[in-house]
Ligand binder design. Structure first.
Ligand code: ADP
Ligand code: ZN
Ligand code: ZN
Length: 725
C-alpha cells in the first residue's frame, strides 16, 4: 500500500486532502508540497501520514513536488495549529493561511540564507539619536530607516530606489556596514537597562525561576511602572541561555519606539512581525525565526504563529487589548494561544497589563496564573489623580465644560501639555436638519454617518460608505444642516480657536495614515514645549510624554449605557490606560472625566477603588449573571441580503442544535447592528459553564449547519470565545 499523505491546503474547506507520495520518497509532516488541486496547483502542508485513504486508489493523485527538505513547520507549531483549528472550529488549511506569510505559501524556493543587509556600524549607532545629516535628504532617510535595524538589500531595492548612492555616502563616513542577515544573530546588548526596583527584581526572579517549565504569570503594573523593563530583562536572560523569545504587543503598541527600545538592547537579533511589513520583510522575519537566527520576535497578533525552535519565553503586553482577538475568518485569540503554546513547550508565559482582562483575573483567582505586581512607578513618577467633571447644566464650549477649558488653560500656562481624549474621529458623529430633524444615515447600516469636514464627506464608520455633504436638507430643503456632537476633527478646530498660541496636534486614524506619521506627530510637539494633543485611543499608548500633566476624557457616557456586557470593563480599561499618559515623569498629573452621569456606580467604583476595585465588582456581577469568565460562549453569526434568509437559517440552526446537555442556547436574536453594509444580521448565542461541553457539541453542529439548504443564502460563522456579542 502506498504511503498516503494528509495535506492541509489553504482553502476554506474543512477537510484535509489525501495525496500519494512520489514513489520511494518519504515526506515529513510540516513540509510544504505542491499538489494538484482542481484545475490548479496549490502549496499545501503535509500534516500526517495514513496507510489508506477514503479516496479510491485510482483517483488518488500524486503530489507534484516537495518544497522543503526539512519541515518548515516544526512539530510543536503544527500541533498548536491543529489544536487551534479544532478549538476555534476553523479548517486547518484556512488556519495555515493566516499563520503563514504569503511568501511561504508560494511554490517558490525560500530566500537563500545569508542575504546581504545594510546596518548601522558603531559610528552610525553612536550618532543615531541626532545624525549629522541634513534633514529631508535621501541619505538621511536611509540612515533613519536603519536606526530601526538592518535592512536587506532586497527590501531596500523595493522601498528606497537609488539607495546604493546614499549607502556609499554613509559608508565613507563609516556610518554603515554590510552584513549577512543570518550572521546578524548574536545578541549584542548595546544599552544596559536601569537598576531594577525591588518589585521589578522580584517579578523577574519569579518568572526566571520557572525557566524550562510552563507557568503563566500576570504582570500587573500601572502604566509606566516598568513592565517593559521586566520583559526586556527576562528576554535578556533567555537569550543568554541560548533561547528565543516571543513578545506580543497590541496593534497600536508596536510603534517604532518600542522596536527601537528592543533593538537598543538586543541588536539585530530582534525581528518585527506584523501585517504592516512588506511581504518580503515578513517572510524574512519568519524564516529568521524558523532557522533560529532571530533571538526575539516582536510582533502583533499573528506573530503568535511564528516558528521558534528554541522558544523559551512568551510575553504578551497589554493582554487585555481587543486586538489580540481576530475578528474575521480564523477568529483566534493570540493571548489565549500564547498560553496554549507555552504549555505545549513547557516554558513560562507572562501576560502584562495595568488593566488585566477579567478572564485573566479570574485565572489568577483560581490560582491557574501567578500574579506579580509592580505597584509604584520608578523614580519620582506618581499616579495621576482622577476627578469627575459634572457637565450637567454647565454651558459647554465646543462640547467641553468650562472647568475643563480652564484646566487646559492653566496647564498651558505652566508650560505643560494636555491631552484631550475623544474616541470618535471625524468632525461630528451626526449631521442633522434643525428644521425637520432629518439626519444623514447610511442606507446600508441605518446608522448616522460621520461628517468629515476637511474632506467634505459623510462617511459611515461601520461600512466605509461615503457620500457628499448635501447643501440643503434632502427632506425639507432647509439650509440649516448642522453638525451634532464632537469628533476629534471638530475638537481640534475648537482648541485652535480657544488657544491660538498653543500648538494642537491631532492624532487619529486620519492623521496617522502614512507610515511613520504617528511618531512624526509626537515629535512635532517635542518633549518639553507646552501644547495640546487631541485624539482617539491611538493616544492611549506609544511615545513617552514626560511633559504631559493633564488628561481630559470626553464621551465616557457612550460606554456607561452600552448593551455589550463587556462595555464596563472596556470603559474602565480605557479610562485607566489613557489616564496613564499623565504624570509619567516627575510632574504630577491629573485626569478629568467629563460626564452627564457623575453619580454612575461605575465611575464611583473606579474613583474609589481604581481599576482593581472596578474589576472586583465586575467579576462579582459576571459571576452572578453567569457571564464569562464564569461561562463559556460561542456565537453563531449570520447575515444575508434579506432578513427572512437570515432568520430562516438561524431557526434551522437552532432546530439542528436540539437541546444540547449543559448548554444554553439563546436566539435567534438580532446582532448589535442588525443591518450593516446592506446585510441583515442576527445570531445565536451558546453558553455553557463548561468549555468542554461546547467543544464537544460544536463540530457536529457545524457539520449540520453546512448541510442546511438555508445556509446557501447566508454568510455565517462561528466565533468561539467571542469578544463582541
Ligand atoms: P511600562 O511598560 O509598565 O509602561 P516601562 O518599562 O516602559 O513601563 O517604564 C516606564 C519608564 O520608566 C521608561 O522610561 C523606563 O525606561 C523607565 N524605567 C523602567 N524601569 C526603571 C527603573 N528600574 N529605574 C528607572 N527607570 C525605569
Ligand atoms: Zn429638514
Ligand atoms: Zn454603512
Amino acid at each position: 500500500m502506498p504511503d498516503v499523505l494528509r495535506v492541509a491546503v489553504p482553502v476554506p474547506l474543512p477537510q484535509l486532502f489525501d495525496y500519494r507520495a512520489p514513489p520511494g520518497e518519504t515526506v515529513a509532516a510540516g513540509c510544504r508540497v505542491v499538489v494538484p488541486f482542481g484545475r490548479n496547483k496549490r502549496v499545501g502542508i503535509v500534516v500526517g501520514h495514513a496507510a489508506t485513504s477514503e479516496v479510491p486508489a485510482g483517483r488518488l493523485k500524486t503530489i507534484d513536488a516537495v518544497l522543503d527538505d526539512a519541515p518548515l513547520i516544526g512539530a510543536e507549531l503544527l500541533a498548536t495549529l491543529q489544536w487551534a483549528s479544532r478549538y476555534y472550529q476553523h479548517p486547518l488549511g484556512a488556519v495555515l493561511e493566516t499563520a503563514l506569510p504569503v511568501g511561504m505559501r508560494q511554490a517558490k524556493p525560500l530566500p537563500f540564507e545569508g542575504e546581504r543587509a545594510l546596518t548601522l556600524a558603531a559610528a552610525g549607532r553612536a550618532v543615531a539619536a541626532d545624525p549629522p545629516l541634513r534633514r529631508g535628504t535621501r541619505v538621511r532617510t536611509l540612515f533613519e530607516r536603519l536606526v530601526d535595524g538592518p535592512l536587506a538589500y532586497a527590501t531596500l531595492d523595493e522601498t528606497l530606489p537609488g539607495w546604493r548612492d546614499s549607502a556609499s555616502a554613509l559608508r565613507q563616513r563609516n556610518f554603515v556596514e554590510t552584513i549577512a542577515l543570518s550572521t546578524a544573530t548574536l545578541p549584542t546588548a548595546r544599552v544596559t537597562g536601569p537598576t531594577l526596583t525591588d518589585e521589578q527584581r522580584a517579578a523577574i526572579d519569579a518568572v526566571a525561576a520557572e525557566h524550562g517549565r510552563f507557568r503563566a504569570f500576570l504582570l500587573e503594573g500601572v502604566t509606566g511602572s516598568g513592565k517593559t523593563e521586566v520583559y526586556l530583562q527576562l528576554i535578556e536572560r533567555v537569550l543568554a541561555a541560548g533561547g528565543q523569545a516571543l513578545m506580543l504587543v497590541p496593534e497600536i503598541g508596536l510603534t517604532p519606539q518600542t522596536l527601537r527600545r528592543f533593538r537598543e538592547r538586543f541588536g539585530a537579533s530582534v525581528f518585527a512581525l506584523h501585517s504592516g511589513l512588506a511581504e518580503g520583510e515578513r517572510s524574512r522575519a519568519w524564516l529568521a525565526a524558523a532557522r533560529g537566527d532571530a533571538g526575539v520576535i516582536l510582533g502583533t497578533r499573528s506573530a503568535i504563529f511564528a516558528p521558534l525552535p528554541r522558544l523559551a519565553i512568551i510575553a504578551v503586553d497589554e493582554e487585555h487589548d481587543a486586538s489580540y482577538k481576530q475578528q474575521d475568518g480564523f477568529r483566534y485569540s493570540a493571548r489565549d494561544l500564547a498560553i496554549v503554546r507555552a504549555r505545549a513547550l513547557g516554558v513560562p508565559v507572562v501576560l502584562g497589563s495595568a488593566t488585566p482582562s477579567l478572564e485573566t483575573l479570574a485565572n489568577v483567582e483560581a490560582e491557574r496564573y501567578t500574579r506579580v505586581r509592580l505597584s509604584a512607578r520608578p523614580g519620582s513618577a506618581r499616579a495621576p489623580t482622577l476627578r469627575v467633571v459634572d457637565m450637567r447644566r454647565s454651558r459647554l464650549v465646543h462640547g467641553m465644560s468650562p472647568e475643563l477649558v480652564t484646566a487646559v488653560r492653566d496647564c498651558l500656562a505652566r508650560g505643560e501639555q494636555a491631552l484631550i481624549f475623544r474616541n470618535r474621529r471625524g468632525y461630528a458623529p451626526v449631521l442633522t436638519c434643525h428644521d425637520c430633524g432629518w439626519h444623514a444615515d447610511c442606507e446600508r447600516c441605518a446608522k448616522p454617518m460621520t461628517l468629515h469636514r476637511a474632506r467634505a464627506r459623510l462617511v459611515c464608520h461601520h461600512c466605509g460608505a461615503e457620500r457628499n455633504v448635501p447643501a440643503q436638507c434632502p427632506e425639507c430643503a432647509a439650509q440649516t444642516l448642522a453638525p451634532q456632537g464632537h469628533g476629534t476633527e471638530r475638537l481640534e478646530e475648537a482648541l485652535v480657536d480657544l488657544f491660538p498660541q498653543a500648538p494642537v496636534v491631532r492624532i487619529d486614524r486620519e492623521t496617522t495614515r502614512r507610515r511613520g506619521a504617528l511618531e512624526a506627530l509626537f515629535d512635532s510637539l517635542g518633549p518639553d514645549k507646552p501644547g495640546i494633543y487631541v485624539g482617539t485611543q491611538m493616544l492611549a499608548k506609544g511615545h513617552d510624554l514626560p511633559n504631559l500633566t493633564l488628561v481630559a476624557i470626553l464621551g465616557v457616557d457612550d460606554g456607561l449605557y452600552s448593551a455589550d456586557f463587556r462595555a464596563s470593563e472596556r470603559l474602565g480599561q480605557l479610562v485607566v490606560q489613557v489616564s496613564g499618559r499623565a504624570g509619567r515623569a516627575s510632574k504630577p498629573g491629573s485626569v478629568l472625566l467629563q460626564t452627564h452621569h457623575p453619580d454612575h456606580a461605575l465611575l464611583g467604583t473606579l474613583l474609589r477603588g481604581g481599576y482593581r476595585g472596578l474589576a472586583a465588582s465586575l467579576l462579582a456581577e459576571r459571576r452572578d449573571a453567569q457571564w464569562p469568565p464564569y461561562a463559556h460562549l460561542a456565537l453563531l453569526r449570520a447575515e444575508a441580503k434579506q432578513l427572512q434568509q437570515t432568520e430562516k437559517f438561524l431557526r434551522d440552526a437552532a432546530e439542528a442544535a436540539g437541546m444540547p446537555d449543559g448548554i444554553d442556547l439563546a436566539g435567534p436574536i438580532p446582532a448589535p447592528m442588525p443591518l450593516r453594509a446592506g446585510m441583515h444580521r442576527a445570531q445565536i448565542l451558546l453558553s455553557s459553564a463548561e468549555r468542554a461541553r461546547l467543544q464537544h457539541f460544536l463540530p457536529a453542529w457545524i457539520d449540520a449547519l453546512r448541510a442546511l439548504a438555508s445556509a446557501r443564502h447566508v454568510r455565517w460563522s462561528v466565533d468561539v470565545d467571542p469578544i463582541d456579542l
